[in-house]
Design a protein around this ligand. Structure first.
Ligand code: ADP
Length: 162
């Protein structure tokens, strides 16, 4: 479903709290940030990621020297998988998340505020889709199908959309 809210189309993005974010207890903090922004939570689960899923998710990085470590890390403990819906949410989520390297992420972003603890670029707390195409691909990969997602509209929506 796509409706207009101002000049932004309502769209979906795939957000994942990585193992370091889960272990450090940031699940509630991160969900709160997305809720406060006015996004709608359409899917949510904890997941112990099998190697094949992590490899497929990061297939574009398969030639990178850190690919093996990255896959191992994503599978090292539970992740929290989410689908968030909102106007322009793919781009706004990337802004909220911040730069890949937590040490270079702006204060106020999730990685800038929460991710600099280990000073490791790979341990950056959270993933967010980088385009609408990636979002749809990643939602299909991480969620078993539409029966794992709930299509609902908050009752407050008429008061919050033009
Ligand atoms: P982003 O997650 O910001 O979209 P990329 O798609 O470039 O960034 O990289 C995917 C993930 O791979 C990063 O979030 C990070 O966990 C890991 N990564 C990226 N670059 C490096 C690196 N130089 N060394 C180790 N891990 C990296």
């Amino acid at each position: 479903m796509r409706i207009f809210a101002g000049r932004f189309e309502t769209e979906r993005t795939y957000i994942m709290i990585k193992p370091d974010g889960v272990q450090r207890g940031y699940v509630g903090e991160i969900i709160a940030r997305f809720e406060r922004k006015g996004n709608v939570l359409k899917g949510l689960k904890t997941f112990q990621c099998p190697k094949a899923v992590a490899e497929e998710h990061y297939q574009d990085l398969s030639e990178k020297p850190f690919f093996g470590d990255l896959v191992e890390y994503i599978c090292s403990g539970p992740v929290v998988c989410m689908v968030w819906e909102g106007p322009g949410v793919v781009k706004s989520a990337r802004k909220m998340i911040g730069a890949t390297n937590p040490l270079e992420s702006e204060p106020g972003t999730i990685r800038g505020d929460l991710g600099a603890f280990y000073a490791l670029v790979g341990r950056n707390v959270i993933h967010g889709s980088d385009s609408n195409e990636s979002a749809e691909r990643e939602i299909a990969l991480w969620f078993g199908g539409d029966d794992e997602l709930v299509d609902w509209t908050p009752t407050i929506t008429p008061w919050t959309r033009e």
